[in-house]
Ligand binder design. Structure first.
Ligand SMILES: Nc1nc2c(ncn2[C@@H]2O[C@H](COP(=O)(O)OP(=O)(O)OP(=O)(O)O)[C@@H](O)[C@H]2O)c(=O)[nH]1
Length: 482
């Protein structure tokens, strides 16, 4: 072998030995800016997990920061997030594909922004296994958010997006949903009644006192418990009920009778504007499920063919806007939002204008969790309502108070106080699936005279149900009714 041959052999071998250096790609957001979670690792925000979505939570701002300014309109600078264009379905792609799709250069190095440089927002599960060039044209340039730093800081990582589960795709029947959702309440109520009857000797004063205690513990409310007890005294005599079974039946019949009577004339339908957009405002204390309920309701109305718009007017809690935007993305509906701590009235103003101009059917307004005795926040709510009515004189068409069913009597108290300070038109009772306190509906019906319009029976998009009194009674007393 000559020198030339040896040299050529070496050259041929060389590529096998060369290992391409692994280049660490910084995590980036949709505009190619390094994500804040990367950039601020020393100061990571707390995270709230909602439906499997990690939402950063920051400390609420003080009231001073949140004072209501009277001229919101001038401050308006909300950002509208258009619903993403329909995308190709996509199970095959793992999160690694999205990392490949993420743009490499940080924003400051990129000028001007081109379509190829815009990071695609679509969820992992919805992205087909294609190259960046194929994905980029699906997102129109005008849909790209001029996101602020603050917004970028709350960007929800793609891998946190919950894929729709089978249960979401295949909603249960009404009966099955109530049956499952009220299982804990039913079981607990049945157990309480059993324990009560285990002590039963005769129908005397002790019997009625024990019964009152049992009903109060079952969260039917004090007033309802007393009413049942009083009416039973006559009923037991009248029906000459002496044995346990007969008395048990009288009790359950009485509960249902009171429940139905207090619901007489109750209008639990939703009211829509005869023309133009219908505006529905959601109020309630922190964490009761306002945002989740809006996400579920938007999903439902959209599936009925309505054009839905969401307004992220909870600018108080950091991460609330991103949570609503995430629901908007999942539901495929548009969201009007602004940076955290902007005057919520300005977001509402913009959303109403958009809803009118672009012929939306329904506008859902998410508001910050507030206590009914927090003067600033209550004033802020009043201001939002004024702005809505100024633009649409018959709006808001519904003001729904969202109550957390797991809080039992507290929920009742909240509803009473809110009703005193704002014109609530109906109740959404959430988290009934996670509580044994479903009896609270009896108390709400009997004491509030406010219709329960919706119930939350789980965390998934299809777990919100229009309140059905019949299904509810069946779900709560099934097995106890003859
Ligand atoms: N099990 C169950 N969980 C629910 C239901 N509705 C809401 N949740 C959960 O309750 C938690 C709070 O819900 P959010 O929608 O963030 O409550 P919020 O009222 O908007 O909270 P703030 O923005 O802090 O005022 C989340 O973890 C939801 O998933 C329900 O019907 N059942």
């Amino acid at each position: 072998m000559g020198l030339f041959d040896i040299f050529r052999k070496k050259e041929e071998k060389q590529p096998e030995d060369v290992v391409a250096p692994v280049q660490e790609t910084p995590a980036t957001d949709s505009n190619g800016t390094p994500s804040d979670s990367e950039a601020t690792t020393n100061d990571e925000p707390a995270v709230k997990i909602t439906n499997g979505i990690k939402i950063p939570i920051s400390k609420p701002v003080t009231e001073a920061n949140n004072e209501v300014s009277e001229e919101p309109v001038e401050q308006v600078n909300p950002v509208t997030v258009e619903a993403p264009a329909p995308e190709t379905p996509v199970e095959e792609v793992g999160p690694t594909t999205v990392e490949e799709l993420a743009p490499e250069p940080p924003v400051e190095e990129v000028s001007p922004v081109t379509v190829e440089e815009v990071a695609p927002e679509p969820p992992v599960e919805e992205v087909s296994p294609v190259t960046v060039e194929e994905v980029a044209p699906e997102i129109p340039v005008e849909d790209v958010n001029p996101a602020t730093d603050e917004e970028l800081a709350h960007e929800i990582p793609v891998e946190d997006v919950n894929p729709a589960t089978d249960e979401e795709l295949a909603p249960e029947t009404e009966e099955a949903a109530y049956d499952k959702g009220l299982e804990k309440s039913r079981k607990s109520f049945g157990e309480r009644l059993n324990a009560f009857f285990a002590k039963f000797r005769s129908v005397d004063e002790d019997f009625f006192e024990d019964l009152e205690d049992t009903l109060i513990q079952a969260d039917v409310g004090y007033q309802t418990a007393m009413q049942i007890s009083d009416e039973l005294r006559d009923e037991v005599k009248l029906k000459n009920a002496k044995n346990k079974e007969a008395i048990r039946q009288v009790i359950v019949d009485k509960l249902i009778e009171i429940y139905e009577a207090s619901g007489n004339g109750e209008d639990n339908s939703m009211h829509f504007a005869p023309e133009g957009p219908t505006v529905i405002l959601f109020v309630g204390v922190n964490g009761v499920g306002k945002t989740t309920t809006i996400g579920k309701m938007a999903n439902l109305y959209k599936s009925e063919g309505k054009k839905v718009l969401l307004a992220a007017a909870d600018t108080f809690r950091a991460g609330a806007t991103q949570q609503l935007q995430e629901w908007g993305r999942r539901d495929g509906v548009d969201v009007v939002a602004g940076p955290d701590r902007i005057d919520p009235a300005s977001v509402v103003f913009d959303a109403v204008k958009k809803a009118k101009a672009e012929n939306y059917d329904v506008l859902f307004v998410d508001t910050a969790g507030r206590l009914q005795n927090n003067v600033n926040l209550m004033q802020e709510l009043a201001k939002m309502k004024r702005i809505i009515s100024r633009e649409l004189p018959t709006a808001p068409h519904e003001v729904l108070i969202v109550l957390d069913g797991t809080t039992g009597q507290n929920a009742l108290q909240q509803a009473k106080l809110f009703k005193e300070s704002t014109d609530v038109t109906g109740i959404v009772l959430t988290k009934l699936d996670g509580t044994a306190k479903g009896g609270i509906i009896l108390a709400i019906r009997n004491e509030m005279h406010l219709p329960v319009k919706w119930v939350g029976l789980g965390e998934q998009a299809t777990d919100l149900r229009k309140f059905s009194p019949d299904q509810f009674v069946q779900g709560l007393f099934k097995g106890l009714i003859d």
